[in-house]
Design a protein. Structure first.
Length: 159
């Protein structure tokens, strides 16, 4: 009998400004890719929560932004088999209210918009996967294993 897969679910939000630049935060003190830039808003989906509800909650918790669920557009689904099995859902968001700010300084050491063609050298897997798709506003899919991580990131996966 095949082993059952326990899968975690997370959401990521590609927040874009008027110029089309993407908001990234530098991870800090999390124990996972600290020092790397990630989408400014991401997190686990809580029990009983829809993907859209999780995204809206994370926007408020992490960067004090409000948005409508209908303004979230699903652009990427990723199966991640690095340290734990994850299914990651990435949404694009062009319309929101508020001014992004760091609300969790114990997890984030920088927050700024970057031109999608000139991202920092150290970005997380999910940022690189969306960059590979040219931040297209159409749905794409990927799967990441340690071997695929090495090829995408240009560095070995360290479990």
């Amino acid at each position: 009998m095949a082993e059952k897969l326990i899968t975690h679910v997370a959401v990521f939000i590609v927040l874009k400004n008027e110029a089309g630049h993407v908001l990234l935060q530098r991870r800090a003190n999390t124990g996972y890719l600290d020092g790397y830039y990630d989408f400014a808003c991401s997190g686990h989906v809580d029990a009983g929560e829809s993907l859209h509800e999780a995204a809206i909650r994370e926007l408020k918790e992490e960067i004090d932004i409000t948005a409508k669920p209908d303004d979230l557009k699903l652009v990427h689904v990723n199966q991640n088999f690095l340290d734990k099995a994850y299914i990651n859902f990435t949404f694009e968001l062009d319309v929101w209210q508020g001014t992004p700010k760091i609300c969790e300084p114990h997890k984030c050491s920088d927050l700024q918009f970057f031109d999608k063609n000139n991202l920092p050298s150290k970005c997380t897997v999910n940022v690189r996967l969306n960059e590979r798709e040219a931040f297209a506003s159409k749905l794409s899919y990927s799967k990441i294993t340690p071997k695929e991580y090495d090829a995408l990131m240009g560095e070995p996966w360290l479990a």
